[in-house]
Design a binder for this molecule. Structure first.
Ligand SMILES: [Zn+2]
Length: 390
């Protein structure tokens, strides 16, 4: 293996207060780090750095852990430009929302779906995302859900079965039969390709009883739950997620005090997806309320062609600081270590000896610039699994 010293780092974000100053970011000023193989093996002050086979001069840039995008929907065909344009122009739009994407996804070849996925993964990598989760949910047949997960699994370990995204149009008259399919034959075909099971628990999608059936069946097959919860209104999703020990309750836009208390006292991460509120002109989730209560908060893109077509974690950080009451430090933590917590990973989302060498250099001396300079392409260099890929 070859070791690499990255030195002359103005500010290193370790996300580990045991290795740097202050919580939650554990900062080291005038820092350096050493990568050996796919791991970080040393962090500290540049003046104390050991020798390595090669040296990279960060030239006064900040270094942060690669972003962990713990919620995306990247297996899809087509796009929804007309729908977005109508919504933002105040015009009614009668086309079918998710159903439009379902039709386009079913019609797409495997090669086209995979090429689309790779395109958005490259786009995300250019913006510093080194780990991503992605879901099925636009096929809604046994064949189309399973093939989406097979394709996803070629590109990430964090694959989520979301057969319960909406009731398939083929079962519009018999939602109970669709839940039977999702918890039966479709689950059997999908479980071998997935780590997680997810459900859209929302009025118009799946109610609390249906969501419980989906998550319980997934757990019985060895999948770990995560839940689309409380995005469009109050509902049972968050409490169900906490009760079933889901890794994450995602969206959390409309919360009661009981929901907040449950998230604060359980192990379920609250994953906030501000791209969705931005793209639908909806009220922001209240990150401050969750943080003050003691909940663990993650930020993610929800990248999908309908309600949040951004792959940019820096954009989500900026929104969270501007509109959701997060400090810049809290938002950077939530987009890195928070995402790792939402995926129950301890090897990513931090820069400390033993962690996977997923490192991003910013064209800025401080991670605060991610919110301070919104919309600016600050990501200059990316190492993923210890390999420089940008
Ligand atoms: Zn989603």
């Amino acid at each position: 293996m070859t070791s690499t010293l990255i030195t002359n780092i103005a500010t290193l974000v370790t996300n580990d207060p045991a290795h740097g100053d202050g919580a939650p970011l554990g900062l080291i000023e005038s820092a350096a780090l050493v990568i050996d193989g796919d791991r970080v093996v040393w962090t500290g002050r540049a003046q104390d750095a050991p020798a390595a086979d090669t040296v990279h001069d960060a030239a006064g840039r900040a270094a942060i852990p690669g972003f962990v995008d713990s919620h995306s929907h990247l297996l899809f065909g087509g796009d929804r430009t007309a729908e977005f344009n109508a919504r933002m122009s105040g015009r009614p739009y009668e086309a079918g929302g998710i159903r439009t994407t379902v039709a386009a996804t079913r019609a797409a070849s495997d090669a086209a779906l995979e090429a689309n996925l790779v395109r958005y993964l490259d786009e995300a990598l250019r913006q510093g995302t080194t780990t991503f989760e992605t879901k099925s949910g636009y096929g809604l047949t046994v064949h189309d859900e399973a093939r989406a997960l097979e394709i996803a699994a070629r590109h990430t370990d964090e694959v989520t079965y979301l057969g319960a995204h909406i009731v398939s149009p083929d079962y519009a008259d018999d939602p109970a039969a669709y839940v039977g399919l999702v918890t039966g034959e479709m689950l059997d075909a999908c479980a071998p390709h997935a780590r997680w099971v997810d459900v859209f628990c929302e009025r118009g999608a799946f109610d609390g009883d249906q969501a419980r059936a989906v998550l319980t069946a997934g757990k019985a097959k060895g999948l770990i739950p995560r839940v689309h919860a409380n995005q469009l209104g109050h509902g049972p999703g968050v409490l169900l997620a906490v009760e079933l020990e889901a890794a994450s309750a995602d969206h959390c836009t409309h919360l009661t005090d009981a929901d907040v208390d449950a998230l604060a006292s359980g192990s379920t991460v609250a994953t906030l997806l501000p791209g969705a509120e931005f793209s639908t002109r909806a009220p922001w989730p209240d990150a401050r309320r969750l943080l003050d209560a003691g909940a663990t908060v993650a930020l993610s893109t929800d990248c999908n062609p309908g309600s949040s077509f951004t792959s940019s974690m820096p954009f989500c950080v900026a929104l969270a600081v501007r509109d959701m009451g997060m400090t810049p430090d809290e938002a950077v933590w939530a987009a890195t270590a928070g995402g790792a917590a939402a995926l129950r990973r301890t090897d990513i989302g931090r820069i400390a000896p033993g962690a996977r060498a997923d490192i991003v250099l910013l064209d800025a001396p401080s991670p605060v610039h991610l919110a301070y300079r919104p919309g600016v392409p600050l990501v200059s260099d990316v190492w993923r699994h210890g390999r420089k890929c940008r």
